[in-house]
Write a protein that binds this ligand. Sequence first.
Ligand code: BES
Ligand code: ZN
Length: 636
Amino acid sequence: MEIRSLFMPLLLSVTLVACNKPPQMPQNTEQTDVSVAVAGDPAAALIEPGTDYHSFANPDEIKVTHLALDLEVDFARQILKGQASLQFVRMEEGASELVLDTRDLAIDSVTVEGKAVPYELGEKDPVLGSALTIQVPAEADVVTIDYQTSPDASGVQWLTPAQTAGKQHPFLFTQAQAIHARSFIPLQDSPQVRMTYQATIRTPQELLAVMSASNDPDTERDGEYHFNMPQPIPSYLIALAVGNLEFKSMGERTGVYAEPSVLEAAAQEFEDTEAMLMVTEKKFGHYRWDRYDLLILPPSFPFGGMENPRLSFITPTVIAGDKSLVSLIAHELAHSWSGNTVTNATWRDLWLNEGFTTYLTYRIMEMIYGEKREQMEFVLGMQSLESDIEALPEQDEVLAIDLRGRDPDEVFSDIPYEKGALFARELEQKVGREAFDRFLMQYFEHFAFQSITTDTFVQYLQDTLYKEHGDKLSWDRINQWIYEPGIPAGAPVAQSDAFARVDNARAMWLAGEIPAADIDTQDWNTHQWLYFLNNMPDELNKEQLTELDNAFSLTQVGNNEIAHSWLLMAINNWYTPAFDRLHNYLVSIGRNKLVKPLYKALSETPEGKAFAKKAFEEAKSGYHPLTVKANEDFVN
Ligand code: BES
Ligand code: ZN
């Protein structure tokens, strides 16, 4: 069988890629030739914008438009079993092969109107999985696949009762972004394919199923749940969770699902969600998804949050008791505009999703919590970006990144997020907030329910903002932001007065001018604590760490982000009094962003590595497959 993807040959060429600068955009509105040369090697293949190098599917020939799922959730065998019916349209007349993505699926049959049709499951690629090629009869426009998932499906985590808050019932959740939907549904797993979906999910009777679709909070708990997603969405936004879940309303259109013991705290922590929704739609256009609910997952959820439409999936590690980490909610909500309404067409274009979302997050935080808080979060974001840039190879500092031959899971950094947001902030500062807000609102409207490439965005920018404000913008500079590494000189600078006081206190303490206990930290918030710790010198001695710990009880701190910063300092300076907490932290949290830097720092010394290995072995069975994959190499 012919494998359409260019993935395999490109595995060889990836190390040659240094830069993927496109031709200069001419000053007209015609679509330009957008093939992108690979610097340094004229023979290397061009990147074709819009080609999804992470899917076997053939949407240019036959495109799936609707999915009907009927799945049974079998906790004993840790499988999903049932059928997926895919409705499709022919993009090329007479096209007769439908190519789908799968990973570790067992296919029982493929039928059209009850009659078996020929299909072939291709060889497994370690990153992409296996192509499923179906011969479709000329008159057919729906195929039905009977299948089951593997207990090791990369996009599904099965939790035992012991791994949940309530300890009584099992739990299941999916995480499809970037290319894991194919591990639980055979489909065209490419963000440029949008489909509506409906689903029937069969669960043990006492559990509730929720999906990234219409959820009825008052549905009867009878083990059979029905869902409908009437807007066309990309496959990475299909999501399912099953557990002992309850619902609490937070506002007219917002509410939270969680295990009973977490529900109240979550609803309080996130009570500003409705206000966030209202200010965002006022500025950037109406909310197109009906309800916006949150689902609080067990602590093994590998991300902070995931913007599954109508129902963002959220880590419980941000329930701090003081709303200090709720920018996560602003972020996932903002994806309802940038990401879910206007979607990246390929993973190269991820910065369109994450960069504009991060920009909107700052704006939402400013509108709800004020300028001071926004400034602090901006400074912390920039510091995190700078430290990423120090560590990244140049080709990974590019917004429109070349991901050919690579696993998108392994290329995760602040570049699409903070560099993308900084670019948006610069555009805002150049043309003025009012004009930029108008541009964004029109952008979401213009491309609503479409998946677009960087190149389409660039063309749109040229036809709109640049056309009106060409005197204030430079096209070379725009290209530099998108296609070159690093941060252009003269980019917006983050500054916070609230942090100046913290700098002062830190400097005086380091100089031995005041003891830690005399620093006036009474009114410090979480951001100030993070800034205080994150900007300590790399090396501190045992006396200094002991003094900080005695003065501020840092080893016992409840806030998971502050604890993370402190534990990282403890590892780097081998401050063992914090190591019980460290062990406990590593085995009870599975959010990769919080545990990976700790494992990494530990694995730099033999003693640290032994400690890491022990924690990892203990935690592994409770970690999500993504967290296992992201850490197992350097821990072992
Ligand atoms: N969509 C992302 C998570 C994601 C990105 C999963 C790429 C897989 C591939 C989500 O919106 C996100 O950005 N989460 C962040 C939130 C943070 C930046 C506020 C996270 O989980 O840390
Ligand atoms: Zn995001």
